[in-house]
Design a protein around this ligand. Structure first.
Ligand code: GLA
Length: 381
């Protein structure tokens, strides 16, 4: 990938730049908890975005996406927003840096990636954090890593229409080889957990389906959670986020909120606790409990939060039937991958069977990705 980028960069701009990269992410458990002030447990992966960048002495950005085979040039004022959605991510990162008092000089860039799009692996966070990191370095802005993650998150909110939480951008900025990171999304305290489950493997099965309107459905889930939190807050003013609420407190407002909001909140409150249970289990080396929690999360995401789909439920059921230790839909949902914790000796059989049965049922093959937990945003030598 580096060679292809360098060749294109030199053809387009007749100079050389510096290389930066960042990563997509997995999340072991803690889904849809981030915007509720709860815990998440992600890690960066060995699939990401790489960019060559050089300042160009103008106030314009000239960007080429190798994967889209498309060139875009844009200015740095609010009205200069480009039409191409991939370019909006870069534009948004520039604007959000400026809004925080950072300097953004014009630059040339060529970039490419290998995070599968729409698989729930946060290709967009990888793109945002590559550029947030690079722009910070090239302009010597001295913005800290948390703020870089927030620049990515605000880009989604203000330029891409997704009211996401902080998990994806956090993981791609803070990712560390071999470690998952438990983040408290309310206090922003985090802890690295070395993850090397001996005798087990983590594997993603990508359904290769992506449902339209995922971002409006996502925003709607978030709204339901805020409604439930607001109702609970009337009785318990200390509830800032839904994750602060006890299950009993939710029951108190059952009659006051729509059934749909109740179910969403029921899932979130359970999920916040599951992340803590999984961390405890990991410290004991108890992977059976980790796996069981993953199945519970899947149930909640499918039946209460309603962000699964037929294809993902099928993969989950198949995993259960084959005695896979843990399995669940990962990321925002509405398509994408399941993440599976599987005993090493069962791995090949599970993967082969999943491909065969899924193809028989849905007419196309799923994709299989082995998870390698890797570093997040960085400058390459
Ligand atoms: C998407 C969002 C994240 C998070 C997950 C669900 O990936 O970008 O902020 O909410 O969905 O856990």
């Amino acid at each position: 990938m580096k060679t292809r980028i360098a060749e294109k960069f030199s053809t387009l701009f007749a100079t050389e730049g510096e290389f930066f990269a960042s990563a997509g992410r997995i999340n072991l458990i803690g889904e849809h908890t981030d915007y509720n002030g709860g815990y998440v447990f992600p890690g960066a992966i060995d699939k990401g975005i790489m960019a060559e960048i050089a300042l160009n002495g103008t106030d314009k950005v000239r960007a080429f996406s190798l994967d889209m085979d498309e060139y875009v040039e844009f200015g740095l004022n609010e009205e200069d927003k480009p039409h191409q959605s991939w370019a909006c991510y870069i534009f948004g990162v520039c604007r959000e840096t400026i809004k925080r008092g950072g300097k953004v000089a014009g630059f040339n860039t060529v970039f490419a990636g290998d995070v599968p799009l729409g698989a729930g692996l946060s290709s967009s966070a990888a793109l945002e954090s590559t550029f947030a990191y690079a722009i910070n370095e090239l302009n010597a802005n001295g913005i800290d890593k948390f703020e870089l993650a927030k620049i990515g998150q605000s880009t989604e909110h203000n330029y891409c229409g997704v009211k996401c939480g902080i998990m994806d951008q956090f993981a791609s900025c803070f990712g560390k080889e071999g470690s998952l990171i438990r983040l408290n999304c309310k206090t922003l305290e985090y802890k690295y957990f070395p993850f090397n489950p001996e005798g087990y493997r983590l594997v993603l099965v990508d359904s290769c389906v992506k449902h339209e309107l995922a971002s409006s459905a996502y925003n709607k889930r978030r709204q339901s959670c805020e409604n439930a939190a607001a109702a609970i807050r009337k009785n318990h003013p200390e509830v800032e986020f839904l994750s602060d609420a006890k299950r009993l407190w939710l029951d108190e407002v059952r009659e006051e909120i729509p059934q749909e909001d109740f179910l969403r909140a029921e899932y979130v409150i359970g999920e916040v606790q599951r992340v803590l249970d999984v961390c405890d289990a990991l410290e004991r080396g108890d992977y059976e409990t980790v796996g069981e929690m993953m199945y519970q999360t899947h149930f909640g995401l499918s039946k209460l939060y309603e962000v699964s789909c037929e294809e993902l439920d099928f993969l989950n059921k198949l995993a259960r039937k084959m005695d896979v230790t843990g399995s669940r839909v990962m990321g925002g949902g509405f398509g994408g991958c399941t993440i599976n914790l599987v005993k090493a000796e069962l791995y090949q059989d599970f993967v082969d069977t999943a491909i065969q049965k899924f193809t028989e049922r849905f007419g196309h093959a799923p994709k299989i990705y082995d998870v390698v937990i890797s570093d997040g945003a960085r400058k390459l030598q």
